[in-house]
Design a protein around this ligand. Structure first.
Ligand code: URA
Ligand code: SF4
Length: 217
């Protein structure tokens, strides 16, 4: 993989990072995708939500979580009383990975692999470094593994606030003096849309998000 340091400018603010990320060639996903989908939200957000990667709708619109999963996510954060100004929404991987359906034009989501997650992580860490959030919410396994390492399992740890791990995934400048970021993992909103018992899955998701909403106040 390429040297990501050449793509991610040091000390850039969020607008500069977003601009630079448009021409990222850190892995191969830019080739087939429409555009880079960078994070979006309040520059003083205390909570960062991390998804997997943009989906079909996000790829075309250039914004994170604006398709069906995003509708569910925005409803759930509203239900627990998290304010839009307190949220910054992004993805572990910033280009849409898909394969073309055998017939028709449909683009079928493919889970990003470890190489792509690692290649894209400097963008995520640069977002964290700029925001210094109090809480990071990992939505699903890809986000959890991007933040907490490949052996992380959502089902084992969901809904629990955890200290930011002391690990290679921890950028030096992330822990701001006096800062005490915590991380929590929960389901990915797409998993709720696919669940057999959608109401129960949604209730569990809201319960997890409420842990952060309560800790924030
Ligand atoms: N799923 C994600 O993980 N991220 C998006 O932005 C949209 C769908
Ligand atoms: Fe760069 Fe991430 Fe896109 Fe790969 S997925 S090209 S690392 S922005």
């Amino acid at each position: 993989m390429s040297d990501m340091a050449s793509f991610v400018p040091a000390g850039a603010d969020l607008d500069e990072l977003r601009e630079e990320a448009r021409s990222c060639r850190g892995c191969d996903l830019w080739r087939d995708a429409t555009q880079t989908v960078f994070g979006k939200g309040g520059s003083r957000a205390r909570v960062v939500l991390v998804g997997e990667q943009p989906g079909d709708v996000e790829d075309r619109r250039g914004e994170p979580f604006v398709g069906p999963a995003g509708v569910l996510l925005r409803r759930a954060v509203g239900d627990v009383g998290l304010q839009p100004k307190d949220l910054y929404i992004t993805n572990a991987v910033k280009h849409f990975k898909f394969r073309q359906a055998a017939t028709g034009k449909r683009r079928i989501h493919q889970t990003p692999d470890r190489v792509e997650i690692v290649a894209c992580r400097p963008w995520l860490l640069a977002e964290f470094a700029q925001l210094a959030p109090r809480f990071v919410i990992a939505l699903g396994a890809t986000a959890g593994q991007a933040l907490l390492g490949p052996s992380f399992r959502v089902t084992r740890s969901r809904g629990r606030l955890m200290p930011w791990p002391e690990s290679a995934y921890h950028p030096e400048d992330y822990a701001q003096p006096g800062g005490s970021a915590q991380v929590m993992a929960t389901l990915h909103p797409s998993a709720i849309l696919r669940a057999d018992d959608r109401d129960a899955a949604y209730a569990g998701f809201v319960k997890d998000l409420k842990v952060v909403a309560d800790a924030l106040t």
